[in-house]
Design a protein around this ligand. Structure first.
Ligand SMILES: [Zn+2]
Length: 70
């Protein structure tokens, strides 16, 4: 299995799962997670998550991706 890739900035990261998730939330910022919305699902790293509003929509993610130079 390959490492997950952020849908916005295309960086790869270690996906947080279960207990590991808690640890990452408390400590470091190099991870990411799957953001599940009503009509879409995005893989996001934490640095991109921080740039989204607290209740992001698919449009918010797409707008962020459009404004990221990669
Ligand atoms: Zn990202």
């Amino acid at each position: 299995m390959g490492r997950p890739q952020c849908d916005v900035c295309s960086s790869q990261f270690s996906l947080a799962t279960g207990r590991e998730n808690l640890w990452i939330m408390q400590g470091q910022r190099s991870g990411g997670l799957i953001l599940e919305l009503e009509d879409a699902e995005f893989t996001l790293c934490y640095s991109c998550l921080e740039r989204l509003p607290s209740e992001p929509t698919a449009d918010d993610v797409n707008t962020l991706a459009d404004h990221t130079d990669t």
